[in-house]
Design a protein around this ligand. Structure first.
Ligand code: DI6
Ligand code: FE
Length: 390
C-alpha cells in the first residue's frame, strides 16, 4: 500500500522496495531491484508506510483508573476536573517524577505504539505546568527516539490546565507562558509546535490567541485542542493562525469547517477520547469530507480521556464511530498525519521519502483497520533500521 496518489490505496503487486541511508530509493519490479545486505521476503504480506500518531500525551506519571471507576458511577469528566481531579491529578504525579522515572513510565507506551506499527509520533507536554516540569516532560520526549528508533515531534502544551500556583489568574499564566516559558524552552530546542486546550475548563479563545501570537513571533507552528466539549470557535481560531491541525472537533460548526478548509489545516480526529468519554456528538465528518479538509486519526494517548496505546484501534473506531472509510482512516494515520506534523518526507512509499515501513501479515489494507488487536507486524523499519520484532 503506497498511498502514492491522492486517491486509492496505491496497491502494487509483486514489487520490491529498497532503501539506502534511511531513504527509499527503489519501488518497482523485483528484477530491477538493487541488491542490499539485508533482504526480507514479503510473499503474502502487505507493506505499508510506517504509521504516524499525530496527537499523544504519552509522557506522564501515574494513572487515573480511579476516575474511570468514578465516571462509571456517573461523575462527568468536567465534574472530576472541577473537583481537583482530572488533569490536575496527573500533574501532581508528573511533578513528583524525576526525569528518569518519567522516562521509565513513558517508554513502554512508545514501545507499545511501535509494536503496532507507529514509527513517528507527536508528544505533548502539559502535565508539568511549571517551567521545570514542562522542560522535564519535553526532555523525556526528546530521549525516546534514541531508545526506540521512532521519530518524535514535540508540542508545548503549557496551556493544558491552570496550575495551582496561578489559581484564578489565567491571564497571568498565559502571559508567563508566552513571555517566559515558551521562549526559554524554544531556545533549548525542545519545542516543535505550540498547542493549547481551548475550552470552558481550559483556556479562552482570547487567551489562546495571546499564546499563538507568541508562538508566531518565535516562528513556531501552532495546533489546538479545538471544540472538544463545546463550540469555542476553536477551529476558526486555529485557521486564523494558519495552524497545522485542529484536534477533536466534536462541536465544530460549519463555519469552523469552512475556515479549516480555506486555511489548508488538518483535522485530527481522536475517537479514543470520544469513546472513553462516552461522547455522543460526533465531529462533522461529512462536512469535513465535503470541504476536502485532510483528516488525520490519532490516539490522544493520555491517562484521562484516552488510555489507548495503539493506533490501529483508533482507526477502527474512526470507521465504526465516526463513519470514515478504511482508506480514510489509513490515510489519517499516514499521509494526513504527516501533514499534521508538518513532515513532508514520510507517510507514503515513494522513492526519496524516509524508509519508515511496516510489513503486515495481511492481504488487503482494510484488515489493518478491521482487526481490533492481534495483528502484530512482521517487520517495522524506522528510518531504514529494523526495530520490530524487538
Ligand atoms: N483533551 C483531552 O482529551 C486530553 N487533554 C485535553 O485537553 C485529556 C487529558 C487528561 O484528561 O489528562
Ligand atoms: Fe489531547
Amino acid at each position: 500500500m503506497t498511498l502514492a496518489d491522492a486517491h486509492g490505496y496505491g496497491l502494487l503487486e509483486d514489487v520490491s522496495v529498497a532503501w539506502r541511508a534511511g531513504r527509499i530509493d527503489y519501488v518497482g519490479p523485483r528484477a530491477g531491484c538493487p541488491r542490499r545486505p539485508h533482504e526480507w521476503e514479503a510473499e503474502g504480506a502487505l507493506l505499508t508506510p510506517g504509521l504516524i500518531d499525530s496527537h499523544t500525551h504519552l509522557v506522564f506519571a501515574g494513572d487515573r483508573a480511579g476516575e474511570f471507576e468514578q465516571r462509571l458511577l456517573g461523575a462527568s469528566y468536567a465534574e472530576i476536573a472541577a473537583a481537583g481531579g482530572g488533569i490536575a491529578s496527573t500533574v501532581r504525579a508528573t511533578r513528583h517524577a524525576d526525569e528518569d522515572a518519567l522516562l521509565a513510565a513513558s517508554l513502554p507506551r512508545a514501545l507499545a505504539l511501535r509494536a503496532d506499527g507507529v514509527t513517528t509520533l507527536e508528544i505533548k507536554s502539559g502535565y508539568g505546568l511549571s517551567l521545570d516540569s514542562e522542560r522535564r516532560m519535553l526532555r523525556v520526549a526528546r530521549r525516546i527516539p534514541a531508545l526506540t528508533g521512532q521519530d518524535v515531534r514535540t508540542s508545548f502544551l503549557g496551556a493544558h490546565a491552570l496550575p495551582p500556583e496561578f489559581a484564578d489568574r489565567g491571564d497571568d499564566y498565559i502571559a508567563t507562558l508566552a513571555h517566559d516559558w515558551l521562549p526559554a524552552l524554544a531556545a533549548e530546542g525542545l519545542v516543535d509546535a505550540v498547542d493549547a486546550f481551548c475550552e470552558t475548563i481550559g483556556f479562552s479563545p482570547p487567551q489562546v490567541e495571546r499564546l499563538f501570537a507568541a508562538a508566531r513571533a518565535l516562528g513556531l507552528p501552532v495546533r489546538l485542542h479545538a471544540d472538544q466539549l463545546s463550540d469555542q470557535g476553536g477551529a476558526a481560531l486555529l485557521a486564523r493562525y494558519r495552524g497545522l491541525s485542529a484536534d477533536h472537533l466534536e462541536y465544530t460548526s460549519a463555519e469552523g469547517v469552512a475556515a479549516l478548509a480555506a486555511a489548508g489545516c488538518v483535522a485530527v480526529l481522536l475517537p479514543g477520547a470520544f469513546y472513553s468519554l462516552r461522547e455522543t456528538k460526533r465531529p462533522p465528518i461529512e462536512a469535513l469530507r465535503a470541504a476536502s479538509v485532510p483528516m488525520a486519526v490519532a490516539t490522544d494517548l493520555n491517562p484521562g480521556s484516552s488510555p489507548l496505546c495503539a493506533l490501529r484501534p483508533a482507526l477502527n473506531m474512526a470507521c465504526l464511530l465516526f463513519g470514515l472509510t478504511p482508506e480514510e482512516a489509513l490515510r489519517g494515520a499516514t499521509v494526513h498525519a504527516a501533514r499534521a506534523l508538518d513532515l513532508h518526507d514520510r507517510g507514503r512509499i515513494v522513492p526519496g521519502l524516509r524508509a519508515d515501513l511496516v510489513l503486515w501479515q495481511a492481504t488487503q489494507p482494510s484488515e489493518l483497520v478491521y482487526w481490533l488487536s492481534g495483528l502484530p507486524p512482521r517487520l517495522v523499519v524506522a528510518g531504514g533500521a529494523p526495530v520490530e520484532p524487538a
